[in-house]
Design a protein around this ligand. Structure first.
Ligand SMILES: *Cc1c(COP(=O)(O)O)cnc(C)c1O
Length: 462
């Protein structure tokens, strides 16, 4: 499979090259040149298989050519062996026709583990084969950093440095980043806020001497390998509810549009998905856009579902690419307009988007009420992101099509909001109940590019 850029001006790459590169040279995002299609028989045959086997069959057409069959099976096995649930992504029933897809049984208790754990193993195998190594640097407001650390810890082809704002992440989030003991893991508490961390990261990527010297690599949510890993659970969930003989719909708590875009690819691959519903919190650029108001940036307002507090959904560019008939020039022009605030979506593209997507927005109060209501009526304690999804799903549910809401994080990751809503303190799963006793290892560092680059250079293994 070859990979092409959404802006049409970058060279075609293999899967491995696209994964190691991340962002295309023309500023675009990589997509497969063709979306592979599975027959209804092939989809039906997935029912009842282990998650890892479904993962292999769904992802294989995307990666063949870059990895061997046995090699890829081993990579998948290693990626998911640390999960705390044998089903990996179990489905729970909320009411008659509404189901929760639990995506929080990975090592950091959020769905990002599905992609990060796989990408860690893919990087290790690809780099070993090339006799190469990289330095992963990431900036995090909480969730992505710990997912990256858990994915790359102990892998000898990679050093991982995570910048987080000192004093501004939750204790659970901080401890998830500072307690792994592996020597290739480096947690950096920056004296600044999340925007400072992101700006420092961007400056490092623009400092070409430094970038080439340490072989800097990124694994943020635009990496196609991350999207790919997320396609799998749409298949596993749908077949367990009777697909391909029965349609299902999904509601997805959405920030950067990576997770729900994976659902769109599942649909294009032949999975009978009726509706894909985007659920946003008060940071609602996607809901406004899908309601026909154009794609215009607002101010980011902090919420109790912080992993969805974004202004610009980077992966939405991929959906626009298909909605605009795979016209890279049109996408490049829209992204130029976005720099100046935003753009209106053409009528044809709006119609194309509405063939697959619906949307809804949830306020802070409604989020809290939904946590309480879900506990009272379904005995499930859910995280605030999941509550946003449940609320929107209830509004969009059709009587004859099962609705599956993605439960994106474990409630124990967001104890303050969950307790405020329900008066119940969500306990950590038993396998990590000693998190508060484990020793922490962290370097506090000035918000200064020179200091950061110097620290990284001195601490990478050679
Ligand atoms: C990242 C994240 C989201 C948003 O996912 P996107 O792929 O960015 O749309 C939702 N919930 C949680 C808990 C997350 O960590």
């Amino acid at each position: 499979m070859k990979y092409i850029s959404t802006r049409g001006q970058a060279p075609e790459l293999t899967f491995e090259e696209a994964m190691l590169t991340g962002l295309a040279r023309d500023g675009g995002l990589y997509l497969p040149a063709e979306i592979p299609v599975m027959s209804q028989d092939e989809i039906a045959a997935l029912a009842g298989l282990p998650y890892e086997e479904i993962a292999f069959r769904v992802m294989w057409p995307y990666v063949s050519g870059s990895f061997g069959e046995a090699e890829f099976k081993e990579i998948i096995a290693r990626a998911y062996e640390g999960f705390g649930h044998d089903a990996r992504a179990p489905l729970k029933q909320l009411n008659e026709n509404h189901f929760l897809l639990e995506l929080f049984h990975g090592p950091t208790l959020a769905f990002k583990d599905f992609a990060m754990q796989l990408i860690g193993q893919l990087f290790q195998v690809a780099l070993k084969r090339r006799g190469d190594r990289v330095t992963i640097v990431g900036a995090t407001s909480g969730d992505t950093g710990s997912a990256a650390i858990e994915a790359f810890r102990g892998l000898d082809a990679v050093d991982v440095f995570i910048l987080f704002p000192h004093g501004r992440v939750s204790e659970v989030q901080r401890r998830q980043m500072t307690t792994p003991a592996d020597s290739n893991v480096h947690a950096l508490a920056v004296d600044g806020d999340f925007d400072d961390c992101q700006a420092a990261l961007k400056d490092m990527f623009n400092d070409f001497d430094f970038r080439d010297g340490v072989k800097l690599a990124g694994v943020n949510s635009i990496n196609f390998a991350r999207v790919l890993a997320q396609i799998v659970y749409y298949f596993s969930a749908a077949v367990s509810l009777g697909a391909p003989h029965r349609k299902v719909s999904f509601t997805v708590p959405t920030g950067n549009f990576g997770d729900i875009f994976a659902g769109y690819l599942a649909k294009r691959m032949g999975l009978p998905i009726d509706r894909l519903v985007v659920a946003t919190n008060q940071n609602d650029i996607l809901h406004r856009c899908l309601s026909g108001e154009g794609y215009f940036k607002g101010d980011t307002i902090p919420s109790i579902s912080p992993s969805m507090d974004i202004q610009v959904s980077s992966n939405f560019e991929r959906a626009l690419y298909y909605a605009y008939g795979e016209d890279g020039d049109a996408i490049a022009q829209l992204m130029d307009e976005l720099k100046n605030g935003g753009f209106n979506v053409s009528q044809g593209a709006m119609e194309a988007l509405r063939e697959s997507f619906d949307s809804g927005r949830v306020s802070e109060d409604e989020t809290l009420e939904t946590i309480k209501h879900t506990l009272d009526h379904s005995v499930e304690l859910v995280c605030p992101h999941t509550a946003v999804g449940i609320k929107v799903a209830e509004e969009h549910r059709a009587a004859d099509v099962p609705m599956i809401t993605l439960a994106t994080a474990h409630p124990a990751k967001f104890p303050a909001a969950v307790e405020k809503a329900s008066d119940v303190h969500p306990p950590l799963p038993s396998r990590m109940s000693d998190l508060y006793e484990r020793p922490e290892r962290v370097t506090r560092i000035a918000n200064d590019l020179g200091a950061l680059e110097d620290h990284i250079k001195r601490h990478i293994a050679e």
